[in-house]
Write a protein that binds this ligand. Structure first.
Ligand SMILES: NC(=O)c1ccc[n+]([C@@H]2O[C@H](COP(=O)([O-])OP(=O)(O)OC[C@H]3O[C@@H](n4cnc5c(N)ncnc54)[C@H](O)[C@@H]3O)[C@@H](O)[C@H]2O)c1
Length: 387
């Protein structure tokens, strides 16, 4: 099997997760790694036997060996790197959000279409086996018509005003934080499972800490908690939301509501979604991803355990181990990348074949939802999500 030559840019929290997933898929050679964290990049380069380690992302773009680029940098670099990679005719797997603005994401969608290269965004939560099963249940009509979609995405890693990360700075993260960073995952999941687009929103956002303390010197994502209350700190103003509630309307008239927070004590990565249909309901929680609750009116409720033999055919390939052998967070990106690399290997053109993974178009749509959320919060009105 010809190995597809790929490169990863960024070595913080998610870059190494991409590297590890790529190793597990097989048939892929990571030929280059780039990061401004020189030492970490060198260590990872040695660990994963990556022949070329660059400091500048531009060197990856210019490297003729590289066929695919994984963009795992902070948000403000997504547009410029994704655009340069598409321009060089490389396939791109970008971290979310696709860009910091929908103007930029629109540009990337049309550039990707012009180039005909494979483009993907890491909405990894779609790729849990039981999420795929829930979607298959929806497609087979087992849930009936969707009435209501509700849930939350709660974290606590920015709970204190001494918790710091680049995501707190608008120039690096964008005009929205909690909604764009994690709310976008939830909205993508809701739309993926139901097959329904979010068409309008009513949002109420809140910044709990309008001022926070920034350590002098950058820190890696999720390491903030370990550093909090120590070191040399300076005050910075915060212009993005710590938390928010968003009411939703879906294309079929269904209603929804999601609470998003990065300041909920004790909640680490609690993405919970419940879909109430006319025949049954389903509920799933990212922190207990190996079970799916199915709610019934006339008979006892069920809990489906992640076991390939119990899943709909469409979902089975995403469950790599038998029942009772839990699969979790690192497996979602791996499953997503597996589909992307199969698509590339088969020489498919995303303009002609429908990708079985989220694309830049999905990333752009999420940016449009974020635009509508910010506008709604500012105007205290319902706002339509417009293409
Ligand atoms: N899909 C998911 O579940 C998920 C989870 C976490 C993060 N993310 C996304 O991944 C992206 C990165 O987040 P993170 O948490 O890994 O951040 P991070 O701060 O931990 O890591 C960012 C990395 O980018 C590198 N970098 C910064 N500027 C660079 C430059 N000019 N050239 C090369 N490298 C550079 C940094 O050195 C660091 O290695 C964000 O956009 C985030 O939204 C997605």
């Amino acid at each position: 099997m010809k190995r597809i030559r790929t490169a990863v840019i960024g070595t913080g929290f998610i870059g190494p997760a991409h590297l590890e997933a790529l190793q597990r898929i097989g048939g892929i050679q990571v030929v280059a790694l780039a990061s401004i964290e020189k030492e970490k990049a060198r260590t990872l380069g040695t660990r994963f036997a990556i022949p070329k380690v660059y400091e500048k992302w531009e060197d990856v773009i210019a490297d003729g060996d590289v066929e695919v680029i994984h963009n795992c940098t902070p948000n403000h670099l997504h547009f410029v790197i994704n655009k340069a990679a598409l321009g060089a005719g490389k396939h791109v797997i970008s971290e979310k959000p696709l860009t910091m603005t929908s103007k930029e994401s629109a540009e990337l969608v049309s550039l990707a279409a012009k180039k005909g290269v494979v483009n993907a965004i890491n909405f990894n939560y779609r790729f849990y086996p039981l999420i795929q099963h829930a979607r298959a249940m929806m497609e087979k009509g087992e849930l009936g018509k969707v009435y209501l979609v509700h849930g939350h995405y709660l974290q606590d890693w920015l709970y204190y005003d001494t918790d710091y990360n680049w995501r707190l700075e608008t120039k690096m993260s964008g005009a929205s934080r909690a909604i764009a960073d994690i709310g976008s995952h939830w909205c993508d999941l809701a739309q993926f499972v139901t097959g329904l687009k979010i068409t309008s929103v009513f949002a109420d956002l809140m910044t709990v800490h309008p001022k926070r303390k920034r350590p002098r010197g950058a820190i890696e994502t999720f390491k903030g908690k370990e550093m909090a209350l120590s070191g040399d700190l300076e005050d910075i103003p915060i212009r993005t939301e710590d938390t928010g509630i968003v009411m939703l309307r879906f294309a079929n008239g269904a209603r929804g509501v999601v609470t998003v927070s990065q300041v909920s004590a004790g909640r680490k990565n609690c993405e919970q979604i419940e879909i109430d249909g006319s025949k049954a309901a389903v509920a799933w929680n990212q922190e207990e991803p190996n079970q799916l609750w199915v709610g019934h009116r006339e008979r006892p409720n069920e809990v489906i355990i992640k076991d390939p033999s119990l899943l709909h055919q469409e979902a089975r390939k995403y469950a790599h181990y038998p029942g009772g052998h839990p699969e979790g967070y690192p497996d979602g990106p791996m499953n997503l990348f597996m589909n992307v690399y199969d698509f590339i290997r088969e020489g498919k053109d995303p303009r002609k074949s429908i990708p079985d993974f989220p694309t830049f178009a999905d990333g752009h749509w999420e940016n449009k939802i974020v635009d509508a959320v910010l506008k709604s919060d500012g105007t205290r009105k319902w706002v339509e999500v417009k293409p």
